[in-house]
Write a protein that binds this ligand. Structure first.
Ligand code: ADP
Ligand code: MG
Length: 306
């Protein structure tokens, strides 16, 4: 795309940054503001990452973020990168503006989505990430803050954003079918990871499983617990509670005994359970997820998807 020569200030030239009032969001890496394309007058989101606030590894991550977005261009449920500027003081990413805010905000009300709403949103998010995987990109930071809505309502279309933590898999090769190295010499674990959804792709499936759990029940499967699962003792400080949460994640210890689950179809519960499989080799791929019966199950007031 438009990469500038040092000092040419293309970002300021091509886009007007609007004022403080139009901050769309703030994350670990900087802030996202509304900008305007000078030529077309179209509004865009501009992610600004000020260099003096970045560590060396953050700077390396910016080029991965840009590369990941360029590779995943062209999907209706992935935000599109229009332009990237490497200015003396900051990096600027001009991104398709998604106006409905974060999925996080919709969830913050505390109510679960209806199963129909959950299925629509999830269907799009799964398609988006399956597309990323097919193009050699692992997202690695899927959470409701990074999933945006085209309008501020639960039935709106979703778009996956924030490739700031993404990893890309060898350029130009198909991640799932091309083992690296000369075939006769290649180690079994390389074949294994290439053949069985390796390179971390399965971790996106887990995160989407956590998201699906939250959509259906209104609460996360893993959160800071107050008692130890081993000893039954009360946990006092934050650090102990966090360690306990990680222990539960490692063992896949969560429960579906909230009353809301009795109103969820067995197909939905089965999909959540399979996506939250602890062993990444046993966890389904997104292609397998897309073949799950939930998508075509009869839900009240909704036609089967796909
Ligand atoms: P970080 O890596 O700092 O988390 P993000 O890319 O997630 O940065 O952006 C931070 C927040 O800005 C998002 O959670 C969202 O609220 C908002 N945002 C990001 N991209 C867009 C966009 N394309 N359209 C609208 N809002 C956006
Ligand atoms: Mg983010």
């Amino acid at each position: 795309a438009h990469r500038d020569k040092p000092g040419s200030c293309l970002a300021a030239y091509a886009f007007d940054l609007t004022d403080e009032a139009s901050v769309l969001g703030e994350g670990a890496s900087g802030k996202v503001v509304v900008g305007k394309d000078r030529k077309t007058g179209k509004e865009v989101a501009i992610k600004v990452m000020v260099k003096r606030k970045l560590q060396d590894e953050d700077i390396a991550a910016v080029s991965v973020e840009v590369d990941a977005m360029q590779r995943t261009k062209g999907h209706p449920h992935v935000v599109e990168l229009f332009a990237f500027f490497d200015e003396p003081d900051a990096f600027y990413l001009a991104i398709e503006l998604v106006r409905g805010g974060e999925l996080f905000t919709q969830l913050a009300s505390g109510d679960a989505y209806t199963e129909v709403e959950a299925r629509n949103a999830m269907h799009q998010a799964v398609a988006a990430i399956e597309w990323c995987h097919r193009n050699g990109v692992v997202h690695r930071d899927l959470k409701p803050e990074n999933i945006l809505l085209t309008e501020a309502k639960r039935s709106a279309a979703v778009k996956v954003a924030d490739f700031g933590f993404a990893k890309t898999i060898r350029p130009g090769s198909h991640p799932l079918t091309t083992p690296c190295g000369t075939p006769g010499y290649v180690a079994p674990e390389i074949l294994k990871s290439a053949g069985t959804y390796g390179y971390g792709l399965s971790s996106d499936v887990w995160s989407l499983g956590v998201l699906l759990f939250i959509l259906l029940s209104g609460e996360p499967p893993f959160y800071l617990p107050t008692t130890s699962m081993k000893t039954g003792k009360k946990l006092k400080d934050e650090r102990e509670r966090e360690a306990e949460m990680f222990r539960r994640i490692r063992h896949g210890v969560y429960h579906m005994d909230n009353a809301v689950w009795t109103e969820v179809t067995p197909e939905a519960r089965s999909l959540v359970t399979s996506m939250l499989t602890v062993d990444p080799d046993e966890r389904p791929t997104l292609m397998q997820v897309q073949r799950h019966p939930w998508w075509t199950a009869k839900l009240e007031g909704s036609a089967p998807l796909r």
